[in-house]
Design a protein around this ligand. Sequence first.
Ligand SMILES: [Fe+2]
Length: 348
Amino acid sequence: MYDYELMDACLKLLRDMFMLQPGESIAITTDTVSNDEIVEATAQAAVILGAKPLIFKIAAPAGGKAGDNDMPMKALIDGIKACDAWIEFNTKLIFYSTVYDKIVEDPENRPRYMNQNGVHPDLLVRNIGKVDNVLLGKFIMGMDEATKNAKHIRVTSPGGTDIEFDNEPGREFVTADGFVRKGEVKMFPGQISWAPRFDSINGVLVVDGSQNPPIGLVDTPIRFTVEKGEITKIEGGMEAKNFEEWLKSFNDPQMFRVAHLAYGFGPEAKLTGDVVEDERVWGCTEWGFGNVGAILTSDIPEGIPGASHSDGICLNCSVWLDGVQVLDEGVVVGPTPELVEYARKLGR
Ligand SMILES: [Fe+2]
């Protein structure tokens, strides 16, 4: 599928987003449960650009730190670290493993990186090939700045979400504007994630998109009551019950705490049950529970460890930044006419 379009999307990714130069080396990592076509097309795109691709395909490890023992750790660390750029297509993540931590530990001496965990041709063509990445990057950086500058934020949704929190001054955002410059670590484009002041998060979250892991797409919305950043009640149908059981199974209070939220700003992203795309559905907010990755807490270098992590999607959100509305049921209405115009040009 997308035999012709895939190469176009891969070229866009390497040439425009990674700004890959002739002679540079790029590590392309994957595993035995990931799509091979996208790996081949990315390697071909690198060659077209005069760069040098190097593919690392490993037997699929367990996810996160649990996968450490399954990976050829030293070979991966030394090999990837020696490259100028790294794109990770692995479905069973190197991201969050010790291999990843070692590769990126020195911001002055690491390959520039983009996370593309589990990405397949259809997803890449839709979300990169068919998107004006320059315009999306401008929109995302504008929204990032406006959100970062806010002290107090309220989020509601037609599904029943109504939650408020304060930002933690000085804590960095993780903003996927689509461009990967020297030394940068970026997520797949179309998302702004951040960790607010945890004990200031109060209200109700209604997840009506997907809850990943372990549920996937939800049939009956899951309603979370959150007090001072902690989940105090979970209501809904069978899925709510199953999810609560799953959280309890870790026997870890951190699993009942909000870890972050994120805006989804992928102009073409569809709700499919695949977390990479679900969390980019335009106008959604995604709420993470459990482990807080160090990338989200620049003021707490080790992050906040939790046994696992799950992301829930609230669709069609309205958002107010210090009382100024920027999203109205998923439609951009502020904070500036310029950002509204960018959103319209992106088809949103
Ligand atoms: Fe998350």
